[in-house]
Design a protein around this ligand. Structure first.
Ligand code: 5AD
Ligand code: SF4
Length: 460
């Protein structure tokens, strides 16, 4: 449906926010709104924000400065513009946002997305609405399903939220405060959502949650299902060729999940498993609840279940008290695991978290220097991993036309973009591709005639 009223959503931060932005769009479509990519022409502007690091939160305020000018211009033209702030900054800062940026009409947290049309209607009549409660009702029951057109427009790979929130309380992290306690969706609802997506052409599903492998939703048999069990069930949905899940906590990697990696061909051999630090002292101070040796043992067991598994991770440098010796432990862990990729950050003290109150904060220049060294090391491993793909044949899920005529771009099992000369009809298919060249940010390959499973063993 294309409505006359237009909305614009800008999403910051994690995949959970990208998914939530889609859900907000799905709620607004039946209310007569259509999405625009230009904030200036929108009647409703929504910023779906991230609070994980200070920089992420500050970006929202600079964006609100730009939007103020758009809102003033719209008002000069006699149009209204409703400005809404959603997501974790909304949850954490609430009314403070309206104090700092009075152009904001509506502030609402992640648990209120299903009420968006109603909140917009109220905001047209009342000033400064703030909705940051954690209601008891299950918002997933009230969220609208995307239309077929919306699913198609979003492509062949989709996210599906299976759990939200986190009970781990790592001492650096705001998530347990902004997203609340861990809750898992019932398996039947997740399966129904995946079936709906598959029927509209989705081929790859990434199950997402802040602590996805803590999943313990109610299964078809009335018992709590683990993530492994859920993955086995979703693997049976016709049309779904590939499965992934993110983000996991090492403590919640159980035998069943490890076994699923060995059993399910559609479960992609690329796992994001944040470790944050390689030093036991820092891991303890971060309240990560696992040691370096335990993390390495999990990696070993996963590799034994599936030899071609590759890993990515998250790292924080400069957590309070981190010495050069601690940091070196992180560098040796990187070498030991040979990560194929990673996200890395300077520690950012978040108000209200235990880490922010620690005395031995690390100086900014030390953090910056460690981050640069760590990123160089990760780059080396990533390059080596990519170079190791030369000559291999593996499945590529074609997503869209490439930059050059006759070319398609897809994703390897390891999420690397792969450019291949292939007919457009292959979009949405997993084809067997032999890698012929390695670029700076992507791979190049040729359609291969090889039959059978298209995974080649990646040795690290
Ligand atoms: N400072 C820096 N990085 C952080 N992360 C979470 N909180 C902080 C913080 N306060 C990083 C962690 C996490 C990722 C999503 O963001 O590495 O895994
Ligand atoms: Fe934050 Fe730790 Fe929970 Fe991840 S596991 S969301 S880092 S508290």
């Amino acid at each position: 449906m294309t409505g006359q009223r237009k909305f614009f959503i800008k999403s910051y931060g994690c995949q959970m926010n990208a998914y939530d932005s889609h859900r907000m769009a799905d709620m607004l479509a039946p209310a007569g709104f259509s999405e625009t990519a230009t904030a200036a022409e929108a009647e409703v502007v929504i910023l779906n924000t991230c609070h994980i690091r200070e920089k992420a939160a500050e970006k929202v305020y600079s964006e609100l400065g730009r939007i103020r000018k758009l809102k003033e211009a719209a008002e000069r033209e006699g149009r209204g513009m409703l400005v809404a702030v959603a997501g974790c900054v909304a949850q954490a800062e609430g009314r403070e946002i309206i104090r700092r940026a009075p152009i904001v009409d509506l502030v609402f947290g992640p648990q209120s997305y299903h009420r968006l049309p109603e909140l917009i209607a109220r905001a047209a009549m009342e000033d400064g609405i703030v909705e940051t409660e954690f209601p008891i009702e299950d918002k997933f029951d009230h969220l609208a399903a995307p239309s077929r057109e919306a699913v198609r427009a979003r492509g062949v790979s989709a996210f599906v939220t299976v759990q939200e929130g986190c009970d781990k309380f790592c001492t650096f992290c705001v998530v347990p405060y902004t997203r609340g306690a861990e809750i898992s969706r019932p398996a039947s609802k997740i399966v129904a959502e995946v079936e709906h997506l598959a029927a509209a052409g989705v081929r790859e599903v990434t199950l997402i949650g802040q602590n996805v492998n803590a999943y313990h939703g109610e299964g078809a048999d009335g018992r709590a299902w683990s993530l492994g069990r859920l993955l086995r069930r979703i693997a049976l949905v016709p049309g779904i060729a590939r499965l992934r899940y993110t983000t996991s906590h090492p403590r919640d990697v159980d035998e069943d999940l490890i076994a699923a990696h060995g059993e399910l061909a559609s479960l992609m051999p690329y796992l994001h498993l944040p470790v944050q630090s390689g030093s036991d002292r820092i891991l303890a101070a971060m309240n990560r609840r696992h040691s370096r040796a335990e993390y390495l043992d999990i990696i070993d067991r996963l590799r034994r279940a599936r030899a071609d598994l590759a890993f990515s991770s998250d790292f924080i440098v400069g957590f309070p008290g981190e010495t050069e010796a601690d940091f070196k432990q992180t560098m040796t862990l990187i070498d030991q695991v040979a990560f194929a990729g990673a996200f890395s950050f300077k520690y950012s003290p978040r108000p209200g978290t235990p880490g922010a109150g620690l005395h031995d904060q690390v100086a900014e220049d030390v953090k910056a220097e460690r981050l640069a060294r760590l990123q160089d090391r990760i780059d080396d491993h990533q390059k080596r991993f990519n170079a190791g793909c030369l000559g291999l044949t593996f499945g590529v899920l074609f997503e869209k036309p490439g930059r050059h005529p006759g070319q398609l771009v897809g994703r390897s099992p390891y999420l690397q973009p792969v450019n291949v000369m292939a007919p457009a009809k292959h979009v949405g298919e997993v084809a067997s591709v032999t890698i012929s060249d390695i670029g700076a940010n992507s791979l190049f390959g040729n359609l291969s005639s090889a039959k059978g499973p298209c995974y080649a063993s990646i040795g690290t």
